[in-house]
Design a protein. Structure first.
Length: 317
């Protein structure tokens, strides 16, 4: 009979609205009587001088019908400068139509979200689920939101004009966004600053695990989780945590060779970590599941640190 130490973890995880109508009165209320005066998102892009490049990209990627549909959507529309900068960084392309249709469609879908979004209602460090590449269990690539010190997406794209359209909201941004893998997502999301700082103590040793092409699941603790851990042990900062303990703590949050997506947690199953410890799943709550289905990894935000408990010695039968 082999004994293994199992750790039991409870997995818990003003902007100005510019009407799309060309009427002189730009403050027409969005009501049934004025609905016909508004244009669709696709039509609005066609008539915007700052979105000429986007109009070309949409037609090249065969997405125009989506943007004139009757669905309620929000489109984060990259302006001309955003496309110029994107092309300037890639020596293999000289113009928008040099980008493959599949790649361009994938990028543009990452800017498209179901539902009408009011920028003033966005929450800091929240995630918007794009319609890009839904996974087998309805996971989708996400866009990270920052509102402090200013409103941005993925910590790089600033908001410009916001337009109310017939089929949703058009929000102009100054960057062309690309889907992020888990390692990149951790770097742009400020709520994981302490986790990133802990990883930095070990150079590329742990970073290489996050950037691998092999499947894995990461239970990622927030800054608040780290601060609670430090306070419990009377430490003032991460540098006071013994290095071996800190490394084990980080590796205890990685489940190698498994991309555990929404709905795939099994009650009473054991998850083996990168540190060869185990967690028994009692409760799974995937409300904060973050996954990029274009990449082989999954992030799950958790509110507390997972670490080995001496009270969990069990016989492996």
């Amino acid at each position: 009979m082999n004994k293994i130490k199992k750790s039991i973890g409870l997995i818990g995880l003003i902007m100005v609205l510019v009407a799309c109508s060309q009427e002189e009165d730009s403050n027409i209320p969005y009501t049934a009587s004025t609905k016909l005066k508004l244009k669709s998102i696709g039509q609005t892009i066609d008539t915007s001088k700052t979105l000429d490049s986007l109009a070309i990209a949409i037609k090249h990627a065969n997405l125009y019908n989506t943007l004139i549909s009757n669905n309620s959507i929000t489109f984060f529309a990259s302006n001309n400068v955003a496309f110029q900068n994107y092309i300037a960084k890639d020596s293999s392309i000289e113009k928008i139509t040099d980008i493959s249709k599949d790649k361009l469609r994938n990028i543009l879908l990452y800017h498209l979200v179901n539902g009408v979004i009011n920028p003033s209602e966005l929450i800091d460090e929240d995630y918007l689920i794009s319609i890009n590449s839904k996974g087998a269990n309805n996971e989708a690539t996400v866009v990270e939101v920052d509102i402090s010190p200013e409103l941005k997406l993925n910590n790089i794209a600033s908001f410009n004009d916001v337009s109310t359209c017939l089929n949703g909201t058009l929000i102009q941004i100054d960057q062309l966004l690309s889907p992020l893998n888990s390692a990149s997502l951790l770097e742009v999301d400020n709520q994981f600053q302490d986790f990133n700082a802990a990883i930095d103590f070990f150079g590329d040793t742990i970073k290489s695990l996050l950037k691998t092409d092999t499947n894995y699941t990461l239970f990622c603790p927030t800054n608040q989780a780290f601060q609670s851990y430090l306070n419990t042990n009377a430490w003032t900062d991460l540098s006071m945590v013994p290095r071996n303990d800190l490394k084990s703590l980080i590796l205890n949050h990685m489940i190698p060779k498994r991309n555990i997506r929404n709905g795939q947690f099994l009650t009473n199953e054991y998850l083996e970590t990168e540190n060869n410890t185990y967690y028994k799943v009692y409760v799974s709550n995937t409300n904060n599941l973050i996954t990029n289905s274009l990449f082989p990894d999954t992030i799950q935000i958790i509110a507390c640190l997972l670490y080995t408990s001496d009270a969990a010695d069990e016989e492996d039968s």
